[in-house]
Design a protein around this ligand. Structure first.
Ligand SMILES: Cc1cc2nc3c(=O)[nH]c(=O)nc-3n(C[C@H](O)[C@H](O)[C@H](O)COP(=O)(O)O)c2cc1C
Ligand SMILES: C=C(O[C@@H]1CC(C(=O)O)=C[C@@H](OP(=O)(O)O)[C@H]1O)C(=O)O
Length: 387
């Protein structure tokens, strides 16, 4: 399975094409819209989220709510396009519009300068339009389909915010449904009410200072069988593939699994998850410090992965930059911007991780219809049970 996205942040729409989904799988616009709505929430976002009302248009590969095996095409419209039609027009614009909203003072931390130099663009809008995290709308729509696929096999995905700026949330070990319920109620997607208030105050303060904040989000995938991914080739290792998906989210700079970076200062005897066996549960572990992955393969324990998001690049109190025309020192251009997008990014991370796990599941149990995959899966579970 693979997918591509296209579209600009202020263009008419974002598009995704997914290739390789099995037939006879339920794909409901309502489920996709639910994920899109989750992505739009989250304390700290700018005015754009009040303009958009993201909903999906399924324009290929699905009939009467089920996949046919053909590529699935998804479209999400930009409501903001109405305000940008002239600036963004695909036709050459008239002279009077030519200079309007041209970007010539690159923002440190964004893609503007590198993209301008690389693609030889003198209007950096041609870079920012595509580097913008607006693109994640359709990645989330794709992830919603991956989640629906995983749900057919009892696999669930959830997420929570662990840190915003200097405020860390106390992590509770909760049943996944409870975690989902509590984080859905929280504007910053935490279960720790004390941290919630402090995080919101930190975002307000950063905003009033023209500054921005980053943070850490955690994603948990429960119900995965042992043996997704593989140890035999570098690009089949599932931890590596999940890491790639996480760091591909705009502004994500780090990733860790299970106990993560703490592993560096933990002795082996205190780190590795002891192997247990019982008739009822088969092979299992008392602990899950590995975060559900060993040797690039799932252990059967939940996948636990965290991603680090840097602070938003566009600062209302802009940083020094250089005008690409005059080469003079100026402050960077200010585009309308978020103060903190960590809670929203947590939803994005859930969905990109769901995609990679669904992809690995398809590789292992793959078939052309959901029925064929179910047969393959059931037979593998028998093999594992009898091992
Ligand atoms: C949900 C989300 C919202 C974002 N909003 C903004 C924003 O309003 N302004 C901004 O400068 N960057 C924002 N970013 C981050 C930029 O898109 C990102 O920093 C930029 O594309 C450069 O890529 P890099 O940070 O991965 O190197 C956002 C990222 C995410 C995930
Ligand atoms: C549009 C979204 O996020 C955008 C991501 C983004 C960036 O630079 O990444 C910059 C802002 O764009 P705008 O100037 O249009 O407000 C955010 O709003 C979205 O998440 O749907």
């Amino acid at each position: 399975m693979r997918y591509l996205t296209a579209g600009e942040t202020h263009g008419p729409q974002l598009t995704a094409i997914i290739e390789g989904l099995p037939s006879n799988m339920n794909v409901l616009a309502e489920e996709i819209n639910n994920q899109l709505a989750r992505r739009q929430k989250g304390y700290g976002r700018g005015l754009r989220m009040q303009i958009e009302k993201d909903t999906v248009n399924i324009v290929g590969g699905v009939r009467h709510g089920k996949t046919t095996g053909a590529p699935v095409a998804l479209v999400v419209e930009n409501k903001d396009w109405a305000h940008w039609t002239k600036v963004m027009s695909v036709e050459p614009v008239e002279e009077e519009n030519e200079g309007k909203r041209r970007v010539n003072r690159p923002r440190p931390g964004h893609a503007d300068l590198n993209g301008g130099l690389k693609y030889n663009q003198r209007d950096l809008r041609n870079i920012l339009e595509r580097s913008s995290a607006r693109e994640t709308t359709v990645r989330v729509a794709v992830g919603a389909i991956a989640r629906a696929f995983l749900a057919e096999f009892g696999i669930k995905v959830a997420g929570q915010v662990i840190r915003i700026g200097e405020v860390e949330a106390v992590r509770q070990e909760l049943p996944l449904d409870e975690l989902i319920r509590l984080t859905e109620e929280s504007p910053v997607r935490v279960t720790d009410k004390g941290a919630e208030a402090k995080m919101m105050a930190a975002i307000d303060q950063a905003k009033s200072e023209g500054d921005t904040l980053g943070g850490i989000v955690e994603v948990i995938v429960e119900g995965v069988p042992v043996g997704l991914g593989s140890h035999v080739q570098w690009d089949r290792k599932l931890d590596g593939r999940i890491a790639q998906a996480v760091v591909s989210i705009q502004a994500f700079k780090g990733v860790e699994f299970g106990i993560g970076f703490e592993a560096a200062s933990t002795k082996g005897s205190k780190l590795h998850d002891e192997i247990l066996y019982s008739e009822e549960d088969g092979f299992n572990r008392r602990t899950n410090r590995a975060g559900g992955l060993e040797g690039g393969m799932t252990t059967g324990e939940p996948i636990v992965v965290r991603g680090v998001m840097k602070p938003i690049a566009t600062l209302y109190k802009a940083l020094p930059s250089v005008d690409i025309d005059t080469k003079e020192v100026f402050t960077a251009q200010i585009e309308r911007s978020d103060t903190c997008a960590v809670p929203a990014a947590g939803v994005i991370m859930e969905n990109v991780v769901a995609w990679v796990v669904a992809q690995a599941f398809m590789e292992k149990f793959g078939g052309d219809s959901i029925e064929e995959i179910r047969r393959n899966y059931t037979s593998y579970l028998e093999q594992v049970k009898e091992y």
